[in-house]
Design a protein around this ligand. Structure first.
Ligand SMILES: C[S@@+](CC[C@H](N)C(=O)[O-])C[C@H]1O[C@@H](n2cnc3c(N)ncnc32)[C@H](O)[C@@H]1O
Length: 375
C-alpha cells in the first residue's frame, strides 16, 4: 500500500468552495477539510501526481512533514538536526518561507539562520545523493509556520505556482491569473449539461477561453518540484489521456486591441478551437447566437478607459445585459463598484463572490436570464 501523506492545498482566499468541488470532481479523496486559504487532506503519491496534472484552481500543494512545540533557538536547532531528511531533501540549500504568529520565536531572520546551520550539520550525518549537482536540481522550498509556539514544517511539492501552466505565452497588460480564470469559468459551467457558446467580449490574452478549453486537460508542459524529491525517485509521471471537457461548443473572444489579438492568434496552435476577433464590443450586438458571456473589463488602472470608471463600467454592463442578453453573464469588477449593478430586469443573481485579486478587492457576479425570458 502506498504511504499516505498529510497535504495542504493553498487556495486563493474566496475560491475554497470551488477548489473543493474541483478536487471532488477530478481526484476525490475520502476526507477533506476546507479552511480559509486552503484545503487539507490525506493522499498518496499517485494522488499527488494526478492532482498536479489536473487541478487548475490551487496555487500549490504542500506536504506536512513535522509539527512540534518550540520556544527557543537551541530546541529548534536540535529538532531540525534530528529530523529524518533523507526521503525529502533533494538539494543542500533549501529556501525557507517563514511566518510567525503569537509565538516566542518571532525573528524570521534568526530562525532562517538556525534552520540553515542545523540542516548543514544534519547533512553530515545524512549525506545527500549527488543527483542535485549532476542533474542541476533547483533548491526546494520548505514552509515553516510558527503559530502559538507550534511549528509546522511543510515541503512545497509544486515549485513554480500551478497557475504557471506553461502554455499561454502572450499576455495583455492586465491579464487575469489563470487559477482565478479557471475558477470563474468552472463556476459559470456548474450544473450545466447543454453545450453552450462562451464569449469573452474583452478577452485580452484570452485567459478565460484558454482555461475553459483546458479545464480537464493535464498540465504537462512544466516540471513540478516533487519530481526531484527522493520519495518520488524511480517513478514516472504518467499523463492520463482525458476526453472530458466542459460543455462548451464554441469559444469566442473579442478585444479592441488589434495588435494584441494578432499576437495571441499567432501564438495559438493552428488547430485551436478558440476564435478571436478584433472589435469594439460596446458598439453592436456581439452575435445572434444564444451565449454565456464572461468578462473582466478594464478598471482604468493599467488599461485606460474613456471617462469616469463608474460611468464606463455601468454603460458596458448595460450594453451586455440589454443588447446581448446572454443566458448567463459572469462579470468581474472592483468591489467598490458593487452598488452600480442592481438587479437587471429579466435576470436572477446566481452568485456574488468577493475576493482579492492582485491586492484589489473584486467581486465576481453571475446572473442568469430568467426562464420566462428564455422561451
Ligand atoms: C482587464 S483586460 C482583460 C484581461 C483578460 N481577461 C486576460 O486575462 O488577458 C480588459 C481588456 O478589455 C479590452 N477592451 C477595452 N475596451 C474594449 C472594448 N470597447 N471592446 C473590446 N475590448 C475592449 C482591453 O483592450 C483589454 O484587453
Amino acid at each position: 500500500m502506498n504511504v499516505s501523506y498529510d497535504l495542504f492545498l493553498i487556495i486563493p482566499p474566496g475560491l475554497e468552495d470551488l477548489a473543493k468541488k474541483e478536487v471532488e470532481l477530478k481526484c476525490p479523496v475520502s476526507e477533506m477539510t476546507s479552511i480559509k486559504g486552503g484545503l487539507s487532506l490525506k493522499a498518496d503519491i499517485e494522488w499527488i501526481i494526478q492532482a498536479h496534472a489536473l487541478l487548475k484552481i490551487p496555487t500549490r500543494i504542500l506536504m506536512r512533514m513535522a509539527e512540534f512545540k518550540v520556544r527557543d533557538f537551541p530546541k529548534l536547532y536540535q529538532k531540525m538536526l534530528n529530523f529524518k531528511w533523507t526521503p525529502y531533501l533533494s538539494h543542500p540549500q533549501p529556501e525557507w518561507e517563514i511566518t510567525c504568529t503569537r509565538s516566542r520565536l518571532m525573528h524570521t531572520g534568526r530562525i532562517e539562520e538556525t534552520l540553515n546551520k542545523s540542516i548543514q550539520e544534519a547533512l553530515k550525518r545524512q549525506p545527500l545523493n549527488q543527483d542535485w549537482e549532476k542533474k542541476k536540481y533547483s533548491p526546494q522550498c520548505f514552509y515553516v509556520r510558527i503559530c502559538d509556539d507550534i511549528l509546522t514544517l511543510s515541503l512545497d511539492l509544486t515549485g513554480d505556482p500551478l497557475y504557471k501552466r506553461g502554455y499561454q505565452v502572450i499576455k495583455g497588460e492586465a491579464p487575469l491569473r489563470e487559477n482565478f480564470a479557471a475558477a470563474f469559468v468552472f463556476e459559470m459551467m456548474l450544473n450545466e449539461s447543454q453545450e453552450i457558446t462562451l464569449v469573452d467580449p474583452m478577452c485580452g490574452s484570452g485567459t478565460f477561453l484558454t482555461e475553459a478549453l483546458t479545464f480537464f486537460m493535464p498540465l504537462h508542459l512544466r516540471k513540478f518540484s516533487f519530481e526531484e524529491a527522493p520519495f518520488f525517485k524511480g517513478r514516472t509521471f504518467k499523463i492520463i489521456p482525458n476526453d472530458e471537457k466542459l460543455p462548451i461548443k464554441r469559444l469566442l473572444g473579442f478585444d479592441i486591441n488589434d495588435e494584441l489579438i494578432d499576437r495571441v492568434k499567432k501564438a495559438l496552435v493552428p488547430s485551436s478551437p478558440i476564435e478571436l476577433n478584433c472589435r469594439d464590443s460596446l458598439k453592436d450586438k456581439l452575435t445572434e447566437e444564444e451565449v454565456f458571456i464572461i468578462c473582466n473589463p478594464p478598471y482604468g488602472e493599467r488599461i485606460k478607459i474613456l471617462g469616469k470608471r463608474g460611468h464606463y463600467l455601468s454603460e458596458a454592463w448595460k450594453k451586455f445585459i440589454e443588447i446581448d442578453r446572454p443566458l448567463k453573464f459572469g462579470w468581474l469588477l472592483p468591489s467598490d463598484m458593487d452598488d452600480l449593478f442592481h438587479h437587471p430586469k429579466g435576470y436572477e443573481l446566481l452568485s456574488k463572490r468577493q475576493l482579492r485579486n492582485g491586492g484589489m478587492a473584486v467581486t465576481f457576479w453571475i446572473w442568469k436570464r430568467s426562464h420566462l425570458e428564455t422561451i
